[in-house]
Structure formats: structure tokens, C-alpha cells
Ligand binder design. Structure first.
Ligand code: PGA
Length: 256
């Protein structure tokens, strides 16, 4: 069965209430003109403070799913500043981005913590978007594939085959995030193929064939068509270019 493509917008720490409304209204208007049958799955990941409003605005639009940018794996308790899965469930959140390099690097999140989050998310019936990616230094040292194998193996520890198949992976080379310097599509395809081999090794070829793997890192309307033409790339996780309705709708079109 063909894997359903995904175009996911990671809004990061952008958009207050008014800006979130403007953006989602623009996206809804843009997609109202598209052929819904051929559309990729569209995901938006607003900040926690905009989740309620965005959920309310998209609740009658089955083509758009909601993602959170993070979650704490504990059910409740003394975790100041954190948000639980139960809270996300209130807004019909379907996906949670975990392991983003910004959280790994700036907030020191470990592979073990990311694995705990993946397990908790799946247990609640939500889907993790598990990010992985190498630094420029690692790429130059030729250890990219090894590093990704390590990140993926640790993220999937203890996850059953039936849960693993539901997961989404996002390959995001750190040197390509927010730099305007997207990874060459052929190389991104090769690397994602290597990630798929890791899944095949951990589970089976069948699981590897089912799991959706996105590319992220300076995806733009000008790069998406070539990226989507690659056999291993199942969509994009997009930061900067997801913050304007016009360019996000162009990305959706580029995946059709
Ligand atoms: P970018 O961000 O598209 O702005 O490079 C991608 C991401 O961090 O998910």
C-alpha cells in the first residue's frame, strides 16, 4: 500500500492568538480550492497557547490534523511548565513532535527521554513524529548514518511492531534547519533510505515499508516538488515556510 504523504507545519515559538487565526484562516481558504481527494495529510503544530483556537477553527476540516510541538511523558504532577498528554487530548491533538534538534540541543533532551515520550504518546493512542538528524560536523566526519541509526534505535526501544508502524519519522539535518540551505534531494532520499533500513533491521521490511519518513530543513515551495519526487521521502516537516499561508498552501500543492 502506498504511504500517504504528509505536509506538516511546525510553527515553533511563533504566532500569538491573532496571528494563529490569520494563518489558519489563510490555510483553510487555500485548501478549499484544492482537490481534497489528492491532498496530502496536512498537519499544523501551533504553540500550546494557540492549540485551543486552532482546534476550534479546524474541527470541521478533516484534512487538517493538529500536532503539539512537545509533551511531557508523565501523566500529571509537579512538573512546572510542562503539558501532559491528557491535556493535549482535550484539543483532539493527533500527533506530537518529539526529538526535534532544537529540544535536543537547547533543552538537553536525551534519547532516553525522547523514547519515554514516544512510548507515552503511543499508549494514549496519539502518534509521535520522531525527529532525527546530524550536525554539520558529523556529516563532515562521515558518521551521519551511524548517528541516525543510534538515534532511531534508541527512540524505538520497547515499541511494538504495531505501534512502530503508526509512527512518523522526520529526518532533519541540523545544518539545514532554518539556514535556507536544504539538503540535496538525492542525498536526503539516500539518508532516509538508510533510516528505513534501520527500521527493517529493528522490525521487518514490511514495517519499514509502512512507516512514513519526512524530510525537514529549509523546505520551500521551490524545493518541495523535487523532494516529493524521491521514492523514500514521504513528505515534509516545515518551519519557516509554514508561517505564511500562501507558501504553506504551495507546499501542499507541491505534494499533490
Ligand atoms: P525550517 O525548520 O523549515 O525553518 O528549516 C524545519 C524544522 O525545524 O522542523
Amino acid at each position: 500500500m502506498a504511504r500517504k504523504p504528509i505536509i506538516a507545519g511546525n510553527w515553533k515559538m511563533n504566532n500569538n492568538k491573532a496571528a494563529a487565526k490569520e494563518l489558519i484562516d489563510g490555510i483553510m481558504y487555500g485548501i478549499s480550492k484544492l482537490d481534497k481527494e489528492n491532498m496530502p495529510e496536512v498537519i499544523v503544530a501551533p504553540t500550546y497557547t494557540a492549540l485551543w483556537q486552532v482546534w476550534d477553527l479546524i474541527k470541521n476540516e478533516p484534512k487538517i490534523s493538529l500536532a503539539a510541538q512537545n509533551v511531557n511523558p508523565n501523566p500529571s504532577g509537579a512538573y512546572t511548565g510542562e503539558i501532559s498528554l491528557e491535556m493535549l487530548e482535550d484539543f483532539n491533538v493527533k500527533y506530537v513532535i518529539i526529538g526535534h534538534s532544537e529540544r535536543r540541543q537547547m533543552f538537553f533532551e536525551s534519547d532516553e527521554f525522547i523514547n519515554q515520550k514516544a512510548i507515552a504518546i503511543l499508549k494514549k493512542g496519539l502518534i509521535p513524529i520522531i525527529c532525527c538528524g546530524e550536525t554539520l560536523e558529523q556529516r563532515e566526519q562521515g558518521v551521519t548514518d551511524k548517528h541516525l541509526e543510534n538515534q532511531i534505535t534508541k527512540a524505538f526501544k520497547g515499541i511494538t511492531t504495531s505501534d512502530a508502524e503508526k509512527c512518523v519519522i522526520a529526518y532533519e539535518p541540523i545544518w539545514a534547519i532554518g539556514t535556507g540551505k536544504s539538503c540535496d534531494a538525492i542525498e536526503a532520499n539516500r539518508t532516509i533510505g538508510e533510516i528505513r533500513k534501520v527500521i527493517a533491521k529493528l522490525y521487518s521490511q514490511d514495517t519499514a515499508d509502512k512507516i512514513r519518513i519526512l524530510y525537514g530543513g529549509s523546505v520551500k515551495p521551490s524545493t518541495i516538488v523535487e523532494q516529493m519526487a524521491q521514492s523514500e521521502i514521504d513528505g515534509g516537516l516545515i518551519g519557516g515556510a509554514s508561517l505564511k499561508a500562501d507558501s504553506f498552501v504551495e507546499l501542499i500543492k507541491g505534494a499533490m
